[in-house]
Design a protein around this ligand. Structure first.
Ligand code: NDP
Ligand code: ZN
Length: 361
């Protein structure tokens, strides 16, 4: 079968030939339909993040997948079921308590491998196997967009952690601010406005970006009841005064100052969920006394959030099912898998999110 991989020496994504995998006991065989591409894949390809499986010179790419069960093997899955696989798997030493509890997303670095990212082959292959417990069943009509369940699950986990940090009192948020209009930011806006989300209902949703209004990633916001804020006119530090303080901030820029400036954008009792993964270093002086005093005197919270587990995948499937398919179409550019595999990873001005299509449903 064909797969798309990078090598240690040649980091251009290319087609490689592999034997189709055989499911072990407890695993199912899945025919892959579509795999999403995100910034993590670019970092993996560049060699800035993740790594190869132990002893291997190639890594099959892709961690955001949707597929169809073609051999349920000895599992309870139905053949023909549409599924999305989770990303983390136990490390070489075997499962640890985080996996035993179904919370691999909370395992510390080193406590897991990640398929398509770090230490385990990914999903850009015609067929993959996975433990049934790591395959989340989706409604059939998510066969086209189910590759978005993984990124939406990352957003759902952030909502969950944010709400948990406010669960000791009656928190009635109605204003949300999403930082970033990349795929993750836009999916957060969609979940906050359209989706049956863990976050609940928000009357007002803002999205901060730094692109012109005619850029596709800004134009797509017209579909939502969400106001675009251009950070070149109103940087995050000026947001609360120019607009209004937000009860929830979801950071999806990876711009390091946003980790601190989010606090200033919050209303009293608000919470900021940080998702961005900054690259490189960033030094800046921060008025620490102000930040500290404000966080304490206004009961503010900041949570960091990475990855997601099967529960977040199920919440994401519900949220995705509620999203407008016109939005999902506008978000997605479908690229054939094997003609020119590197093409799906080339960034251009017109594409927001690429889905590599390995098979049709
Ligand atoms: P993108 O890089 O596509 O999106 C980032 C967005 O933030 C872009 O629209 C960018 O605008 C915008 N941005 C950057 N700096 C600023 C700024 N100073 N002011 C306003 N807007 C800004 O990434 P994704 O949407 O895929 O992911 C978002 C972040 O989340 C990334 O850092 C990614 O690594 C991380 N991530 C985290 C995960 C987790 O589990 N925590 C999972 C997946 C991703 P422009 O393009 O114009 O520069
Ligand atoms: Zn991803």
């Amino acid at each position: 079968m064909h797969a798309i991989a990078v090598g240690r020496d040649d980091r251009t994504p290319r087609v490689v030939e592999r034997d189709p995998p055989t499911p072990a006991s407890g695993e199912a065989l899945v025919r892959v339909l579509r795999v999403g591409v995100d910034g993590t894949d670019h970092a993996v390809i560049a060699g800035d993040h993740g790594g190869f499986p132990e002893g291997a010179d190639e890594l099959v790419l892709g961690h955001e997948a949707v597929g169809v069960v073609v051999d349920a093997n000895d599992t309870d899955l139905d053949e023909g079921a549409v599924v999305a696989p989770t990303v983390r798997r136990p490390p070489a030493g075997g499962p640890n308590p985080y996996f035993d509890r179904g919370e691999p997303d909370m395992a510390p670095p080193g406590g897991y491998v990640e398929r398509g990212i770090d230490g385990a082959d990914g999903y850009m292959a015609e067929y993959v196997t996975s433990p049934a417990a790591d395959l989340v069943e989706l409604p059939d009509d998510l066969a086209d967009y189910g590759f978005l369940v993984e990124p939406v699950s990352v957003v759902e986990k952030a909502f969950e952690l944010a709400a948990a940090a406010r669960s000791s009192f009656r928190w009635e948020p109605d204003t949300a601010l999403v930082l970033g209009n990349g795929p993750l930011g836009l999916l957060a806006v969609a979940a906050l406005t359209d989706g049956a989300t863990t976050a609940g209902h928000y009357d007002t949703v803002y999205c901060l970006g730094q692109r012109d209004p005619d850029h596709p990633s800004v134009r797509v916001l017209d579909r939502f009841d969400a106001a675009y804020v251009d950070a070149r006119d109103t940087p995050l530090a000026a947001f609360a005064d120019a607009y209004e303080p937000a009860d929830l901030v979801v950071e999806a820029t990876g711009h390091p100052p946003h980790a601190v400036e989010s606090l200033d954008a919050l209303a009293p009792n608000g919470v900021a969920a940080l998702l961005g993964v900054p690259e490189g270093t960033h030094e800046e002086s921060v008025p620490l006394a102000h930040v500290h005093r404000d966080a304490v005197l206004s009961n503010k919270a900041v949570v960091g959030s990475v990855n997601s587990n099967a529960r977040h995948f199920r919440a994401a499937a519900d949220a995705l099912a509620d999203m407008d398919t016109d939005f999902l179409d506008a978000l997605t550019t479908v690229a054939p898998a094997f003609d020119d595999p590197a093409a799906a990873f080339r960034e251009d001005e017109t594409t927001i999110k690429t889905a590599v299509e390995l098979a049709t449903y």
